[in-house]
Design a protein around this ligand. Structure first.
Ligand SMILES: *[C@@H]1O[C@H](CO)[C@@H](O)[C@H](O)[C@H]1NC(C)=O
Length: 148
């Protein structure tokens, strides 16, 4: 076992121990897992570009009812942040409108839930009106951002 692997095993073991000892521990809270799903509700030609500081999920071309999702765990330092850039494109791919905002950050985590026991599901619905957020299931939509 190399040193890095040993450290990972040690950290996992330690987080388990501290979870048993105290469910409010800071270490436990930094391992929450999330799946974020982007749903295209009504845009014929939508381009979504999601990226964090060290992960670029690329340009996703979406059409009506299209879904794009990814999963991750939050880091130790509460700094996990995914920025989303959304382009509403014309049929010939000319950008008509553009919006960008944090599809996941500290505040979204708070809203989506912060239990270590659950794989949290956070949803963004994109349609002609704008951007809606829902946690747990796609349906309790809360209006968050509008297209310019
Ligand atoms: C966008 O979705 C919201 C939430 O479901 C809905 O209230 C709104 O009417 C939709 N807008 C359009 C243009 O479909």
């Amino acid at each position: 076992m190399d040193c890095k692997k040993f450290l990972v095993v040690l950290v996992i073991a330690f987080s388990h121990v501290s979870f048993v000892a105290s469910s409010n521990s800071k270490i436990v809270n930094s391992f929450e897992s999330y799946t974020v799903q982007i749903i295209d509700g009504s845009i014929e030609n939508l381009l979504a570009h999601i990226a964090s500081k060290d992960t670029d999920l690329g340009n996703k071309k979406m059409t009506i009812n299209g879904v794009f999702q990814w999963s991750f765990r939050r880091n130790f330092h509460d700094t996990t942040l995914f920025r989303g850039e959304f382009l509403w494109l014309d049929v010939d791919d000319t950008p008509l409108r553009e919006v960008d905002f944090n599809v996941f950050d500290k505040n979204v985590a708070k809203e989506c839930g912060q239990s270590i026991l659950i794989d949290h599901k956070c949803f963004w619905l994109v349609n002609a009106t704008g951007f809606y957020f829902s946690k747990d299931t796609p349906g309790n939509w809360v209006y968050k951002y509008h297209w310019p």
